[in-house]
Ligand binder design. Structure first.
Ligand code: ADP
Ligand code: ZN
Length: 216
């Protein structure tokens, strides 16, 4: 039982942050906070925020720091985060890390560990462009490495699977570039705070096992 742990999952797009978060929340009462999922929900609901975010996300660009930080802040205020939470895909810039610290201080929470998922670019691109997911329950599959039992259908809820528009090869490459430019500096940032731990296992089950080992 690792309850009451507040975690950040750091890694390039396709590194397995979402998969790891799902595996962890299956076993622990942690809240999974994915800024990508929150933004996609805004798009689906046709909000103003969603409309402006969609233009950037389709191109693989980042949504402005203040907007995502505000989203995360209001999510972190909710009582269910008392049991611990996983920040997946946030922070993504040094500036966002600063905004997160301010927000955490305001609400009296702190980060216990940052897990960095380290995966080669070649594998990342292959994974992103073959990734499919369930619109209804959010489960993630991969046409090559983690296929559903029945083609293009969610094992859990039977819904048809879809490919994210930003998982095209061109946009996936842009997202990797954005990762190296904006997010990579966070590795040193959290390393210097002595809270970063890396996971280098790539195969899903090994990666998940390594995660549980690290979290004790
Ligand atoms: P992945 O990690 O696979 O790239 P996400 O679902 O985390 O996918 O993010 C999808 C897109 O949502 C990003 O490319 C970006 O446009 C936007 N986004 C998500 N989180 C953030 C963030 N913390 N800051 C800025 N933009 C974000
Ligand atoms: Zn489903």
């Amino acid at each position: 039982m690792i309850a009451e742990k507040n975690l950040i999952f750091l890694g390039a797009p396709g590194a397995g942050k979402g998969t790891a978060a799902s595996a962890l929340t299956e076993r622990e009462p942690l809240v999974h906070i994915s800024t990508g999922d929150i933004l996609r929900a805004e798009i689906k609901n046709g909000t103003e925020l969603g409309k402006s975010a969609a233009v950037l996300m389709e191109k693989g660009k980042l949504v402005p720091d203040d907007i995502v930080a505000e989203m995360v802040k209001s999510r972190l205020r909710r009582a269910d985060c008392d049991n611990g939470f996983i920040l997946d895909g946030f922070p993504r810039t040094i500036n966002q890390a600063g905004l997160l610290e301010d927000a955490l201080q305001e609400i009296g929470r702190k980060i216990d560990a940052v897990i960095y998922f380290e995966v080669d670019d070649e594998i990342l691109l292959q994974r992103l462009t073959s990734r499919i997911s369930c619109r209804k329950c959010g489960r993630i599959y991969n046409k090559l490495f983690l296929p559903p039992k029945k083609e293009n259908t969610c094992d859990d809820c039977g819904t048809a699977l879809f490919q994210r528009p930003d998982d095209s090869l061109e946009t996936a490459k842009e997202r990797l570039k954005v990762f190296y430019e904006n997010t990579q500096p966070l590795i040193d940032y959290y390393m210097s705070k002595n809270i970063l731990t890396s996971i280098t296992e790539v195969e899903r089950n090994k990666m998940v096992a390594a995660l549980f080992r690290k979290l004790g």
